[in-house]
Design a protein around this ligand. Sequence first.
Ligand code: AMP
Length: 217
Amino acid sequence: MLNIILMGPPGAGKGTQAVTIADEFGIPHISTGDMFREAMANKTELGLKAKAIVESGGLVPDDLTIELVKERLSRPDCANGYLLDGFPRTIPQAEALAKIGPEIDRAVNLVVNFDCPSDVLVSRIAGRRVCPKCGASYHIVNMKPKVEGVCDRCGGDLIQRKDDNADSFKVRLDNYYKQTQPLLDYYQGSGLLHSFDGTTNPKLLHDQVADLLKAHR
Ligand code: AMP
């Protein structure tokens, strides 16, 4: 069973790897960031609450985020595994997941972390373009789509995320180091953590992660 958490700072490659890994292993890709952006686009109650926080790079309150993930993980498509991307991001979120997972028979059994130095993250985020339809990520220099501005995977129009500007990114990176990085120690103790070099070329990194997952399937 592959009940996986993907971890790493913004720009480390979580989204890029998540899309291909989820396709290849046939498990749902659950990105809390995508869920918030979708709620914002649909102007739901959650979306309206999250909008200003997400766009400025802050973290949505734990209670809202935990509730969202609990509901999503309870759906039948997660019965045979899942790939969490962007959750947990705080210790209380990790503690909530440690409680909810076993309760709904979906305990996490693998934590995949991508290490990446901050200078690399800055240039990746500045040039990042994403597909709002399928969640695929590109870069205007390092990972160009076949046709400029168009998603290779689904044909959607690529955009620059509102929070991929220098100010919001600084807040996000700061939050990562203060609130999320401590989770690595939390998971290290559980023996579930596997770290990879996030600067590795995406195809090679994919193969390394896929080998790990095959050994745990
Ligand atoms: P991401 O797409 O993972 O970079 O997430 C985009 C934004 O959504 C983050 O900067 C936060 O504002 C919000 N967000 C996503 N996941 C979480 C989470 N686990 N806890 C709090 N806020 C989150």
